[in-house]
Write a new protein. Structure first.
Length: 137
């Protein structure tokens, strides 16, 4: 399953029902914002492998809504240097994921909306939840 060239049709918060289906706790302050892809379901940041809470998106963008309509150019693990720059530990191999769009805007997963640590990327499609991971070289 490749995400490259997928188009973001919408950026929105997960519904309570979606959180329950995915296995994320419902957040009374506002559920995680997800990227809705035209053909491949939802992309969402989470706090950890166990999906104990929703995560957040960080990066260089005016608003997440500005990536609506953009195609994904690449999906890559965050570099060790950038993780160190952000002062994030690589907790047991948990590495933030960087998504770059056709307009060269990049966003990355964080463990929470404030960006207090590295987050993971999950995809929800066809009633299944998949973690987006990368093999160590």
């Amino acid at each position: 399953m490749t995400l490259n060239n997928s188009r973001v049709s919408e950026v929105r918060r997960l519904t309570d029902d979606e959180c329950e289906e995915i296995g994320l706790p419902v957040d009374n302050m506002g559920n995680t914002r997800c990227l809705v892809l035209e053909s491949d379901g939802l992309l969402l940041p989470v706090s950890d492998v166990a999906m104990n809470s929703g995560g957040g998106w960080r990066g260089e963008f005016n608003s997440l809504d500005s990536i609506t309509g953009q195609r994904i150019k690449s999906v890559e693990p965050m570099s060790d240097d950038y993780m160190e720059y952000l002062n994030w530990d690589n907790r047991v191999g948990e590495r933030s994921v960087v998504i770059t769009f056709e307009n060269d805007t990049s966003i990355y997963t964080a463990s929470d909306p404030e960006g207090n640590g590295a987050g993971l990327l999950f995809q929800y499609a066809d009633d299944q939840v998949y973690q987006i991971t990368f093999r160590e070289k």
